[in-house]
Design a protein around this ligand. Structure first.
Ligand code: HEM
Ligand code: HEM
Length: 246
């Protein structure tokens, strides 16, 4: 009984070779979050150095922050494998998972595995630091150190993202399952009974519409009325002031 509760908590399907059955694992809001979060991170990174693209950096940065906020709430209220409690592992579970990788018989997890989960919590923690320091920097609330913190947290996150992508590729090979594709379709190999009942399509579509809607409002200038506008000092320095016509 004890073992089955633990298995249920960890989402381990209990077999070395996952069943050929397909089951629903990632709900649509989690998938929309993932790919929008990855895209806004990449684009915010690419627009961070250029003064001309500073307004775009701010728009992408706020989108990134909004997506993060959604994920923090969905980590509590979301479906089984999206909930943080389903991938909050003890260090002993991480060690056991790493040992199973070395032994050539990797432990199968229907949700996130313990190594992936660690990278995910690191990315979410760093993303929170990036977003908070980004808003504070745009308000000129701190000095040089806040900008350094913003840039440093973004660079640290980039390093974890690289490890995350390498981990996804390695796990896909070891488990003979395309995990990136599973993050697109929501389906993974496993017992149907262990899957989630619903994909929450409506909420997923609403999340995507919220992203595009926000971009529309930003471009039309409306969003600026409810978000803190960058201070003059930051604006002048980085081209946020909006009084140049190029
Ligand atoms: C709420 C979100 C964000 C806001 C409000 C924001 C705002 C800003 C501002 C105002 C600056 C200019 C700082 C200065 O005065 O030098 C800046 C720089 C920077 N941002 Fe963001 N940002 C956000 C999100 C992000 C994200 C998601 C990334 C990561 C991809 C990122 C990466 C950077 C980097 C690397 C710089 C330094 C660029 C340089 O070399 O000057 N920011 N950000
Ligand atoms: C900037 C780039 C990226 C960021 C910030 C990022 C972030 C994340 C986060 C936060 C999660 C947790 C998902 C959740 O439960 O909400 C995750 C999971 C995942 N990501 Fe990414 N990701 C990035 C790029 C990629 C890329 C390029 C791929 C494909 C090669 C990928 C494949 C996956 C997969 C397969 C999972 C699920 C892992 C599992 O099966 O346990 N990610 N990612």
């Amino acid at each position: 009984m004890q073992a089955s509760i633990e298995q249920q908590h960890a989402g381990v399907d209990g077999t070395e070779h996952p069943a050929v059955e397909r089951t629903r694992v990632w709900d649509l809001p989690t998938r929309i979050f993932h790919w929008s979060f990855a895209a806004t991170f990449a684009l915010a990174w690419l627009t961070s150095e250029s003064e001309k693209l500073a307004d775009l950096h701010l728009m992408l940065g706020y989108t990134f922050g909004g997506l993060l906020l959604f994920r923090l709430i969905w980590g509590i209220l979301g479906s089984r494998y999206a909930r943080f409690s389903s991938f909050l592992f003890q260090p002993s579970a991480l060690l056991r998972y790493l040992r199973s990788l070395l032994s050539g018989a990797p432990e199968h997890h229907l949700g996130h595995n313990p190594a992936g989960a660690l990278a995910i919590f690191l990315m979410l923690g760093l993303a929170l630091a990036v977003a908070i320091s980004g808003v504070a920097t745009s308000q000129d609330l701190g000095g040089e150190w806040l900008e350094e913190l913003h840039e440093g947290a973004a660079s640290a996150m980039l390093a974890v993202v690289a490890i995350h992508i390498a981990g996804v590729i390695v796990s896909s090979v070891l488990h003979r399952e395309n995990l990136a594709l599973a993050m697109v379709t929501g389906w993974k190999q496993g017992r149907a009974a262990d899957g989630i009942a619903r994909f929450h399509h409506v909420l997923g579509i609403l999340l995507l519409l919220a992203v595009f809607g926000f971009w529309g409002l930003w471009q039309s200038g409306v969003a600026v009325d409810w978000l803190p506008a960058p201070t003059a000092a930051v604006g002048e320095h980085h081209g946020y002031a909006g009084d140049d016509d190029d």
